[in-house]
Ligand binder design. Structure first.
Ligand SMILES: Cc1cc2nc3c(=O)[nH]c(=O)nc-3n(C[C@H](O)[C@H](O)[C@H](O)COP(=O)(O)OP(=O)(O)OC[C@H]3O[C@@H](n4cnc5c(N)ncnc54)[C@H](O)[C@@H]3O)c2cc1C
Length: 389
């Protein structure tokens, strides 16, 4: 079997890229090879589906057959790529060899598993695709108390959603505050209060030591300093790790992700990377908007017009109704955060870069999130001034 363009992965990156290629070229032979079911779903909706009253069936937008027919591409679902032979332009898969002219790695990232002791450690779940989510919903049917390990973006969103879904929720993190890596202290304290106000229990600043199986399918979580408790379900949300195995074994350059230039080209000619697995010019951008921008540019490159991707300022919408938050993270740490507006129902922080005081980051919370379009435009303006300078 041979295809002109082979995409490994059917997540947002792989599917959006196939759609963008079809917009440009109605004939070119495109195939997606994917370890998952190849169905199309919106991953961000997994962490606010309970409150929105959406079950697994509502999250599934199209199955593999329908997607293949709509896009007029081949999809090889439930096929795992085992290795890449880049010189021979061939994949070794669980379903035989597949040849390609151009290859795109859109293999995503996996949730980091915390290194935990105890005979219950293997019961910890993490949610990174629709299959994981369906498994969680099955477990939730007989659950009332849930512990979440990791108070980052995904942990906070699930905490808020599960609480709104009527579950008792406790959030654990070794960091002293939620979203500590993305938010300045003042904003993360506000997030903490927002989640506590809806009844999420917080165990911050202490590490989880282990998880033991208790009676009747419960799990006993043991944390430093005597914290812990008994839960029906333990979720891990301790961050993402780009999927690098295939790339590394094939000799592609990797760092935190699969290294690419601005046109998403890896270190091997004709091989590209897109999405959560890619490190584009030294940056990991595991979010929807950069993936959509990247797919648009890469579709042009793959169809003959090399096109570097031009990212607008990254905008992270934290889906926590208990404390609505939008973050425009500064690309570099150089500079300081200052408070522009601080009221009980809204907060606006700005990050200005030293030494010229250019606006490079913003945090909006509460009612201030209404300002996000205006601030996105302002940040884009500052970024284009920098590019022109
Ligand atoms: C719960 C949750 C909520 C989120 N919310 C937001 C949000 O609100 N806003 C936002 O911007 N971002 C959000 N994100 C991040 C965003 O969803 C991801 O950046 C995006 O979906 C990643 O898409 P991807 O295609 O790169 O990777 P994935 O969706 O992980 O797809 C990777 C694909 O590669 C396949 N694959 C991997 N290895 C192989 C192999 N060896 N052989 C064959 N196939 C393989 C997998 O089966 C899968 O199909 C969220 C993420 C999560 C987990």
């Amino acid at each position: 079997m041979h295809h002109a363009i082979v995409i490994i992965g059917s997540g947002l990156a792989g599917v959006t890229l196939a759609r963008e290629i079809r917009r440009i070229d109605r004939e070119i032979d495109v195939a997606i090879v994917t370890a998952s079911a190849g169905e199309h779903y919106a991953k961000p909706a997994l962490s606010n589906a309970l409150a929105a009253g959406r079950g697994v069936e509502q999250l599934r937008l199209a199955d593999a057959a329908r997607l293949a027919a709509d896009l007029r591409i081949a999809i090889h679902p439930r096929v795992t790529v085992r290795s890449l032979d880049l010189e021979a332009r061939r994949l070794d898969t669980s379903d035989g060899a597949i040849g390609f002219d151009q290859l795109v790695l859109a293999v995503g990232a996996r949730q980091r598993r915390p290194d935990l002791a105890g005979n219950g450690a293997d019961q910890v779940m993490s949610i990174n695709d629709l299959d994981d989510y369906a498994a969680m919903r099955r477990r939730l049917a007989a659950a009332s108390r849930v512990a979440i390990v990791g108070a980052g973006l995904i942990g906070c969103e699930f905490a808020n959603d599960l609480r709104l879904g009527g579950f008792g929720v406790e959030l654990y993190d070794v960091a002293p505050a939620p979203l500590a890596r993305l938010l300045p202290a003042m904003a993360s304290q506000r997030m903490r209060r927002g989640l506590e106000d809806i009844g999420v229990g917080m165990h911050l600043g202490s590490a989880i030591l282990g998880i033991e199986r208790g009676t009747a399918h419960t799990l006993e979580l043991v944390a430093e300093g005597g914290a812990g408790g008994r839960y029906d379900l333990v979720l891990s949300a301790t961050g993402l790790q780009p999927e690098l195995r295939l790339a590394r074994e094939a000799g592609l350059l990797t760092g935190a992700g699969i290294r690419t230039d601005a046109a998403l080209a890896t270190s091997h000619p004709g091989v590209f990377a897109l999405g959560d697995c890619a490190e584009v010019h030294g940056r990991l951008l595991p979010y929807v908007m950069p993936i959509l921008q990247g797919a648009r540019a890469l579709a042009r490159t793959l169809t003959g017009t090399t096109t570097p991707v031009d990212y607008p300022p990254v905008q992270i919408v934290v889906k926590t109704p208990a404390c609505p938050t939008v973050i425009f993270p500064p690309a570099r740490e150089r500079g300081d955060w200052s408070v522009l507006h601080d009221a009980p129902d809204s907060l606006q922080l700005e990050h200005r870069e030293a030494p010229d005081g250019r606006l490079t980051g913003v945090v909006l919370q509460g009612d201030a999130v209404r300002e996000r379009s205006r601030l996105a435009a302002r940040l884009a303006e500052f970024a284009s001034c920098r590019a022109a300078a």
